[in-house]
Design a protein around this ligand. Structure first.
Ligand code: IPM
Ligand code: MN
Length: 368
């Protein structure tokens, strides 16, 4: 029997609700396989700050250090609530970014996937979505302007100013670009290098490294696209993309846009891989406005569990079964309200019912 330790961080807002559904699916995975997951629940996020004075208390770090993988819900509160926490202690700055740095989780996989059968979820016209959307965004996650030097103050003219540095060296770029090429090799062998080399020196270096690396991957077709053009292309012709690789901040923005073309950020799971540790999280925020109402879409969370099964524990087949279980719930006409479009004919179910249906479908996988 394989046994693994998981650090579970439900977080804020809708985090705890969607985490519950992910764990529900995980219990089914345990029942169907020779595997046990020992769950260690840890405080992380704004709620943790109000309780303990830290968004990531020492015990949480200790649990993360001991864990074989970390699974995280969402963090952050409404702007109003967040402002009660000093800027540098807010969860994004004091917990999430430090976690990315601590485990050096540089390779952020954000799948953007909508099979043809679910074209009606997308706000794009069916003829634009065509055969469906199947993109893997690889976002560099521990460099760039997020982690560069920062300074605020009053300048010589007596004006308030802020200055932050976009910093990359070739080692940081190369390891992400390598991951992107390797990923493209396993998919449709097409890679878009998303950059802003008409303005940014960091993008020129990034593009040089993509070109150098391309020599080692002659089977991969490489395209270079400016990030602003890519934003348009995602709306006009998403089918042209297979793997897209980009620096941290571009990836933050384009991955949310990608959620938009699918129809909901609730369809955006993610995996954040470092040399020794990985963590998994939905790509979206904590949606405090809908928290506790049993309406949030747990797909992004359950999908993050599926990515964990595959990428941390080598359970590719069961991960596929979990994806298929979610698709079968959509195929039966059920979804949470975020995916409801006029004329879509969706039967809207709550967070829990969606999770129950996924767990049931997974449980029935393999039955004839
Ligand atoms: C994401 C989020 C984070 C980011 C925030 C919460 C710091 O938006 O994972 O995309 O900007 O990276
Ligand atoms: Mn984001």
């Amino acid at each position: 029997m394989n046994e693994y330790r998981l650090c579970v961080m439900p977080g804020d807002g809708i985090g705890p609700e969607i985490m519950k559904e992910g764990i529900k699916a995980l219990k089914v995975v345990e029942a169907r396989n020779d595997v046990r997951f020992h769950l260690m629940e840890a405080a992380f996020g704004a709620a943790a700050w109000f309780e303990t004075g830290s968004c990531c208390p020492d015990e949480t770090w200790a649990m993360c250090d001991r864990a074989d993988a970390i699974i995280k819900g969402t963090v952050g509160l409404s702007l109003e609530e967040s402002r009660k926490i000093p800027v540098d202690e807010q969860p994004e700055r004091s917990a999430l970014l430090p976690m990315r740095r601590r485990y050096d989780t540089f390779a952020n996989f954000r799948p953007v996937y909508l099979p043809r059968a679910f074209n009606h979820f997308s706000p794009l016209k069916p003829e634009v979505v065509g055969d469906g959307i199947d993109i893997m965004i690889i976002r560099e996650l521990v460099g760039g302007i997020y982690f560069g030097e920062k300074e605020t103050g009053i300048n010589d003219e007596g004006l308030r100013y802020a200055r932050e540095v976009l910093d990359y060296d070739e080692r940081l770029i190369k390891r992400t670009v390598d991951v992107a090429f390797e990923t493209a090799t396993k998919r449709r062998r097409k890679l878009h290098n998303i950059n802003k080399s008409n303005v940014l020196k960091s993008s020129i270096l990034w593009t040089d490294i993509v070109m150098e690396t391309a020599r080692d991957f002659p089977d991969v077709e490489v395209h270079h696209m400016l990030v602003d053009a890519a934003a348009t292309a995602l709306c006009l012709n998403p089918g042209q993309f297979d793997v897209m690789v980009m620096e941290n901040m571009f990836g933050d923005i384009l991955s949310d846009q990608a959620g938009g073309i699918l129809g909901s950020l609730g369809l955006m799971p993610s995996a954040c891989l470092g040399p020794e540790k990985a963590y998994y999280e939905p790509s979206h925020g904590s949606a405090p406005d809908i928290a506790g109402k049993n309406v949030a879409n747990p797909y992004s969370m359950i999908g993050s569990f599926a990515m964990m099964l595959d990428m941390s524990f080598g359970m590719r087949e069961e991960a596929d079964n979990l994806w298929k279980a979610m698709e079968s719930v959509f195929a039966a006409g059920y979804s949470t309200g975020d995916l409801s479009r006029p004329g879509g004919g969706i039967r809207i179910v709550g967070t829990e019912e969606f999770g129950d249906r996924v767990a049931d479908a997974l449980d029935r996988t393999g039955d004839s």
